[in-house]
Write a protein that binds this ligand. Structure first.
Ligand code: ACM
Length: 677
């Protein structure tokens, strides 16, 4: 109720001051914002002052903000941060340091006031100040003669305390530089948890001094040294981001057993798994030595990862290697565990005891929900939102991920409209309160660090806003408008949200004019999950340097098309929308000949051909639909039947890529039926 009123307060206030271009570009949208049309000039005379609590972390944050401000306005800004502010300064007033280790209860709220007399940012903690500094930077606006901050009063705090991103570095390794870029982007949208998926069947990515065969034999030499882990954790802390490590057990564990086969349920040793998808390798839960080994490893890792939470995985355990080991089956029976779920619950309980001893709270994927799951465990739902509600109903804290798998290549709007707390889930208020937030997941079967940014961003901004802003902030067109700005902002910070395409195409087609492919990539996208190349299922050995890797999810042409279709749904006689859409579709229909002339230059470029042909056909169906819409005459039923069938076929990838506007053209066809009835 309270946040609904806040939203009502917010909406009209964005509207009257559209001339302040940046005012409405904040992402995530703050809890409340009022603007008064005044301005604080921003130029090289602007000075920053810290008047309250001050420490090195805050100084570094202000230093980074000054650098970004300088880059934005193209002028130097004084780097000496004083404590006696003159009028017109930016005053940062922080009450205290916040947690020595950032906790779930860290106060991230801030208030920001800007007037012609100066700007004042107040926060209870350094992390709150970080959030406010980001908003301040996003507000910087300009006109022909000056840069300025619009006069505003912002009062802001997150809706959920856990706002995360899972990064899988096992399937494809990500360098420290890539992780730092990701952390920069996360802090720009106020995300606060990096869930670092460090081990899986395909790679063990942490240096262990106690058990060195883990990383020497389990990683192909691609692992983080302990110094690098400390570096990443410190970098994240500087940006108000917690780092929660995941060591996935008892399944997803092939890479552990390359060096230490004695702890696996099946011997002899196995190699690092190269294929994607579930493996059967699994810890032997019946051996005391298994727990001694795991505890020794955890004890070594605990000082590297100061966060109070620790993820043990627990997903996708089928237990085939338990079933095929007669000794394990006999042990299971002897100890009264009725099935493999009960055996897994026993294993998880033992892990929980180890973690409790090391003062860490256990997090696991939703398969760990079992009557024997220790109280206090956090359940992360990935198989479906209902598991979050199940966990909450049984008294467990929860994190939502199911709707937020970025590798499923869904449109940003789908990610945006998912909510951790469904409105009609039957949960009591206290059960609802146990839902701590959520995490987007960037599984890395089909990304390398070359394409990773483009597969995460800007869609990740949609999830970040869902987790930070009031639940009523759900305006999809406005989200797309701001995601465009976010993409540009992130590019400016050094992320490769869209720019990776040009670099990858340079590699695929050196010296050729690839502008037709650039245009194609505005309107085609990777398949939804499980990339194949000409029927060949990929594995870890395939370089991801094909056309599909240069493509981006939810490309700009899709939303542009949808926007026009939405306008036509409201008013079928909107001629401007009809003409603009017709022009777009015609452009896409005529790409095929120029793609054809590139396709003869290499087999990789030839991958553009089938999807271009499909695009031409989908666009042509769209043109025909627009024609019927303009004439007001209903299409013949057999036309409609035929094109619907065709469109359904084009939902599937054509070769390695997928037409991104099939659903939008289908909606256009549906309008004909609606307008005829
Ligand atoms: C998962 O996607 N197996 C957590």
């Amino acid at each position: 109720m309270r946040s609904f009123r806040l939203l009502l307060a917010l909406l009209p206030l964005f509207a009257p001051h559209r001339s302040d271009a940046q005012l409405g570009s904040l992402l995530p949208v703050p809890r409340s914002l009022q603007s008064d049309g005044t301005r604080l000039p921003v130029d090289s005379t602007l000075r920053f002052f810290i008047t309250g609590f001050r420490n090195a972390r805050l100084d570094r944050a202000v230093g980074r903000a000054i650098t970004r401000l300088e880059q934005r306005i193209g002028q130097p800004v004084s780097r000496s941060v004083g404590s006696m502010p003159p009028p017109g300064a930016v005053v940062i007033d922080v009450a205290g340091a916040g947690g020595a280790v950032q906790g779930l209860d860290e106060d991230e709220s801030y208030s920001l006031g800007v007037s012609p007399g100066g700007a004042r940012l107040h926060a209870a903690t350094v992390v709150g100040a970080l959030r406010g500094l980001e908003s301040l930077l996003q507000l910087v606006s300009g006109d022909a003669s000056t840069f300025y901050l619009p006069g505003v009063t912002v009062s802001d705090a997150p809706r959920f305390p856990w706002r995360g991103l899972l990064v899988d570095v096992s399937r494809h390794f990500m360098s420290v530089a890539q992780l730092k870029r990701t952390l920069d982007g996360m802090s720009a949208v106020k995300l606060n948890v990096l869930h670092w998926h460090l081990t899986d069947d395909q790679g063990f990515r942490v240096e262990s001094l106690r058990h060195p065969r883990l990383h020497t034999l389990g990683s192909d030499g691609l692992f983080y040294t302990q110094a690098q882990i400390r570096e990443v954790v410190a970098y994240a802390r500087d940006r108000g981001i917690r780092v929660v490590p995941e060591f996935d057990m008892p399944g997803h564990s092939t890479s552990w057993f390359v060096g230490y086969p004695q702890f696996s349920a099946q011997k002899p040793p196995i190699a690092i798994r190269r294929e994607w998808g579930g493996a059967d390798a699994i810890f032997d839960p019946t051996l005391e030595e298994t727990y001694t080994f795991i505890e020794s490893f955890i004890a070594e890792m605990v000082p590297l990862f100061p966060d109070a939470y620790w993820h043990i995985g627990g997903d996708e355990v089928e237990g085939k290697h338990w079933d095929s080991n007669a000794r394990i089956v006999a042990w299971r029976k002897r100890h009264g565990f009725k099935d493999n779920d009960a055996l897994q619950a026993h294993f998880i309980k033992r892990l929980s005891q180890i973690l409790t001893k090391h003062r860490r709270r256990m997090v696991g994927w939703d398969e760990i929900l079992h009557p024997d799951l220790p109280a206090g465990t956090v359940v992360q739902s990935w198989r479906g939102t209902q598991y979050l509600a199940d966990a909450a109903a049984r008294g467990y804290a929860g994190i939502l991920s199911a709707p937020w798998y970025l590798d499923h290549i869904k449109p940003a709007s789908d990610y945006y409209l998912a909510d951790p707390v469904p409105l009609f889930d039957g949960l009591t208020p206290s059960q609802q309160a146990s839902i701590m937030g959520g995490e987007a997941c960037m599984w890395a079967e089909y990304i390398t660090e070359e394409s990773a940014d483009s597969r995460m961003w800007p869609r990740l901004g949609a999830v970040a806003e869902r987790l930070w802003s009031p639940r009523e902030v759900t305006d999809v067109p406005d989200m797309y408008r701001r995601l465009d700005i976010l993409a540009a902002r992130l590019e400016g910070m050094g992320l490769r949200v869209t720019s990776h395409s040009a670099r990858m195409l340079g590699k695929l087609a050196p010296g050729l004019d690839v502008s037709p492919i650039d245009s194609l990539l505005q309107v085609v996208q990777p398949p939804s999950f499980g990339q194949t190349i000409n029927g060949l299922r990929l594995n870890q050995r395939h370089p991801l340097t094909r056309l599909v890797d240069a493509a981006r999810p939810d490309p700009a042409g899709r939303w542009t098309t949808e926007r026009f279709v939405r306008r036509l749904a409201i008013d079928a006689s909107d001629q401007a929308a009809r003409d603009s859409l017709a022009l777009l579709l015609s452009g896409w229909m005529t790409l095929l000949p120029s793609i054809d002339s590139l396709a003869i230059r290499s087999p990789t470029l030839a991958e553009a051909r089938p999807v271009s042909a499909a695009l031409a056909r989908v666009a042509s169906i769209g043109r025909e639909a627009l024609g019927y819409l303009a004439s007001g005459a209903p299409p013949p039923p057999e036309w409609e039947r035929r094109v619907r069938g065709e469109l359904d076929g084009y939902d599937r990838p054509q070769g390695t890529l997928r037409v991104a506007i099939t659903s939008e053209v289908r909606k256009l066809v549906a309008l004909l039926t609606k307008s005829a009835s």
